[in-house]
Design a protein. Structure first.
Length: 64
C-alpha cells in the first residue's frame, strides 16, 4: 500500500488538491502496479511563514 506524503504551501483550492491527488494516484498505480484503492495521498499544508527558501520565509510574520 503506497503512502505518498506531499507538503505544499497553503493557498491551493480544494479542486487543485483533489486533482493533484487523483493524478498522483494514477501515476502510482501505473508505476507500482497497484490498485487506486491501495494508494494513500496525504497533503500537508504549511503557512507561508513556515516555508523557507535559502533561510528566508516566503512570507515573514507581520511585526506587531
Amino acid at each position: 500500500m503506497p503512502l505518498i506524503q506531499v507538503s505544499i504551501m497553503q493557498g491551493r483550492s480544494e479542486q487543485q488538491k483533489t486533482d493533484f491527488a487523483a493524478k498522483v494516484t494514477a501515476v502510482a498505480c501505473e508505476t507500482l502496479d497497484v490498485k487506486p484503492e491501495q494508494v494513500r495521498v496525504l497533503i500537508n499544508e504549511l503557512p507561508p511563514q513556515n516555508w523557507f527558501v535559502g533561510g528566508v520565509a516566503k512570507t515573514p510574520p507581520k511585526k506587531t
